[in-house]
Design a protein around this ligand. Structure first.
Ligand code: IVH
Length: 717
């Protein structure tokens, strides 16, 4: 991403539309990496910068607002494996603030909106923003009944069994607690517990976890609660959803009540009375940050009085009475010792910086991503200069930046310290692994040259084939215990054809081939008799596998976990999916249109899937795989006992309590069908202010109409 972008007010309408399209796709991709796969690619700060740019362009060009705009969504769609839970009150997001000045603006805007004079002091709370997973805990009659993740804000995942293993979370509440209590807060893993877990992984020669947040997320999304129990997770309470009675009338008082009911609350929360005091506490927390045993990424300010919160109300997905003041990313200087080129599963050549080890924000960094060759040259994704056009050379003194949890990046070069002999870096034009040409494709849609150079070796390229297999056995795909990256390398390289694994189906024929073989796996160092038996059992255990895992494991370009789940949910069975993809081969016809109609699947993704199924070699591997493995059919989780199940609903006019997407997702999760136009088949029309012809038509046809509040009352029961 470029740090120097064209100012928004200089963009033409066409440029703005193009950039919004790019941002929608890019942000969705990062959402997928972050929420779906737990493997972020860019720093939180860069992610926020993308979102801000998107918001800014939308503010200037309101007519260009896209239906799939990131500003219209709260989070990622819920995953399939857990039962969906529709939140009694939506779980919203926070607006971000990035500077002291913006924080003052927030306070000023609160005063302005409430019509208060600056000398009339009101209270705010300030507390750390915990970098974990938000959770909603529902207690009925003082017993914990449901724990749900945020999901997309409307519908989350039911993780109650896993949450019950967290000792810090009370199972029952004291007699003075109200009948219905919904506590919202953050589940996290302590830095010390994370370090201990990784030390254990290292001792066992297993791959290390990336960071506490993703590990906590992974631990919580285990279907087996015993695994969650073995990881120490913790919790901080900071908010609430539905409450049958309110124990206090301020934010601070509410949190005190939670504490009295036995919930852990953050000790750094303060009640303060001016922007100066908020900023002073922000900088205090920033100084404390390295010594805290949990990751935080900012400070949250909230208006203390609940009646004032109500008066301030909400934007589409965040409250006007709160903001998150984010910490800047951490940076340090070091020398660039060399540049390695890694070849990924899709053939992408990724330059990786080898650095003189340096501590950035408490973590020793030796590698950093350099993104692609343009980035090294000082050119950003949209052709504009980055680092004011300064290129990066081996030997340079560079600025390394690390934000929270993601791969560190090199953001700048100190020109005064460039060695005289340093030469312009020449990016290879052949694959360093297989020697095939490496090319930059032209993006069909934009006509622009791709930033990424790719090896054209395909299956010939050892790096691509190995990475493909590693992906196949990875945690969110086949997840075969005892078959990790190291073992894959070993089997791939083997000279013995009864031991060799070059494609996924060969994993499942290994045991059979071994029976006929003279070289026995159990005689090879590192594999005893017991571990070989265990490996075969682990392989056999995956002969039946969830459909979305199967699809994800195929390693189709652009198909991450979230997309795989969408596909599984939409097609239900592999037979339907596979034959539809083959049937869509001409990029036209019913099968092609059906694929493109899936909410969340854009043309680029659709093309990539169909292209995959056009390659005979892929078809062959998949069909051999299907001889060994059975993908399970996916259940489509829709509630059937809701008052709107089976009904066709049309939303029209503007909605004030939820976005269109939220309204649609929520209605669908309750079993309703959401249609775009009113017809005789329509059962309910929900009309907000500004509703026009659709409402008229509904009245004409005698269809039931209601406003947003009536709708919410209906579905909330
Ligand atoms: S208040 C209506 N307080 O940040 C807004 N959120 O970006 C309710 N978070 O989804 C959120 N620490 O997961 C709040 N002290 C804190 C928080 C916090 C972390 C997370 C939460 C939320 C996200 C919003």
């Amino acid at each position: 991403m470029s740090s120097i972008q064209k100012p928004v007010d200089e963009l033409s309408e066409r440029e703005a539309a193009e950039e919004l399209a790019y941002l929608a796709a890019e942000i969705a991709r990062h959402d997928m990496l972050y929420h779906g796969k737990d493997t972020p690619e860019i720093s939180d700060a860069d992610y926020d910068a993308l979102k801000r740019r998107n918001d800014l362009i939308e503010a200037h060009f309101p007519a260009l607002l896209r239906e799939d705009s990131p500003s219209q969504r709260v989070g990622a769609a819920p995953s399939l494996t857990f039962q969906p839970v529709v939140h009694a009150r939506p779980m919203l997001s926070l607006d971000n603030t990035f500077s002291d000045e913006d924080a003052r603006d927030f306070v000023a805007s609160v005063y302005r909106s409430l019509g208060l004079l600056p000398d009339h002091s009101i209270a705010f709370t300030a507390e750390p923003k915990i970098d974990g997973l938000s959770m909603s805990l529902r207690y009925e009659n003082r017993r914990l009944v449901t724990a749900a993740t945020r999901g997309d804000g409307t519908t989350g995942e039911n993780v109650t069994a896993n949450i019950r293993t967290i000792r810090m979370i009370p199972q029952t509440l004291a007699a003075d607690a109200p009948d219905v209590v919904e506590i919202r807060g953050e589940v996290y893993m302590a830095k010390s517990d994370f370090a201990a877990l990784n030390a254990e992984m290292a001792a066992q020669g297993k791959p290390l976890y990336v960071n506490p947040r993703n590990t906590a997320s992974g631990s919580l999304r285990q279907l087996d609660a015993k695994v969650t129990a073995s990881r120490k997770l913790r919790f901080f309470a900071y908010g609430w959803g539905e409450m049958s009675e309110m124990p206090a009338d301020t934010q601070f008082g509410m949190v005190e009540a939670f504490k009295a009911w036995g919930f852990p609350v953050n000790p750094l929360m303060r009640r303060l009375f001016s922007a100066d005091e908020l900023l002073e506490h922000y900088h205090h927390i920033e100084r404390e940050r390295p010594d805290l045993d949990y990751d935080i990424d900012g400070v949250v300010y909230k208006v203390d009085r609940l009646d004032l919160q109500t008066r301030l109300g909400y934007r589409s997905r965040s409250p006007r009475w709160a903001t998150a003041h984010k910490f800047p990313a951490e940076q340090a200087f070091t020398r660039l010792k060399g540049i390695d080129i890694q070849v990924g599963r899709t053939g992408a050549l990724t330059p990786v910086a080898r650095l003189e080890p340096i501590t950035v924000g408490g973590v020793v960094v030796t590698n950093a991503t350099l993104h692609n060759e343009d980035y090294i040259r000082g050119v950003g994704n949209n052709g504009e200069p980055v680092r004011e056009g300064r290129d990066i050379r081996i030997g340079d003194m560079v600025v390394v930046q690390r934000a929270g949890d993601v791969i560190p990046q090199i953001v700048d070069v100190v020109m005064d310290e460039r060695p005289e002999a340093a030469e312009t870096y020449r990016f290879p034009t052949t694959c360093p692994v297989c020697g095939s040409h490496a090319v930059r494709d032209i993006n069909e849609k934009t006509g622009k040259v791709d930033a990424v150079r790719r090896c054209t070796g395909g299956f010939v390229c050892r790096a691509q084939a190995v990475e493909h297999l590693k992906h196949f056995v990875s945690r969110n795909a086949f997840d075969i215990e005892g078959l990790g990256a190291k073992q894959i390398e070993f089997f791939f390289e083997s000279d013995d054809e009864n031991l060799r694994i070059r494609t996924a189906p060969e994993i499942f024929t290994l045991e059979r081939r071994q029976e006929a073989s003279l070289t026995k796996l159990e005689n090879i160092e590192g594999f005893g008799k017991v571990s070989v038996r265990k490996l075969y059992d682990a392989i056999d255990a995956r002969r039946s596998i969830a459909l979305h895992r199967f699809i994800y494991a195929l390693g189709i370009r652009h198909v991450g976990e979230t997309t795989a789940k969408l596909l599984a949910r939409s097609y239900g069975s592999y037979e339907r999916f596979g034959s539809a993809m083959v049937g869509a081969g001409s990029f036209s016809g019913d099968a092609w249109h059906e694929l493109n109609r899936i909410d969340g699947i854009g043309e680029i993704v659709a093309r990539a899937i169909v292209e995959f199924y056009k390659e005979p070699r892929n078809l062959e591997v998949v069909s051999r795989l299907l001889e060994e493995v059975t993908p399970e059919s996916a259940e489509i989780p829709v509630s059937t006992d809701s008052p709107v199940a089976g009904k066709t609903v049309v939303f029209t006019g503007s909605l004030e309590k939820m976005t269109r997407d939220e309204a649609k997702a929520r209605a669908e999760s309750l079993g309703a069908k959401v249609a775009g136009s009113v017809s005789k088949k329509t059962d309910i029309v929900v009309a907000g202010p500004g509703a026009g012809s659709k409402l008229d038509k509904a009245r004409e046809l005698g269809i039931k109409t209601m406003d947003e509040d009536e709708w919410l009352t209906l579905i909330d029961g």
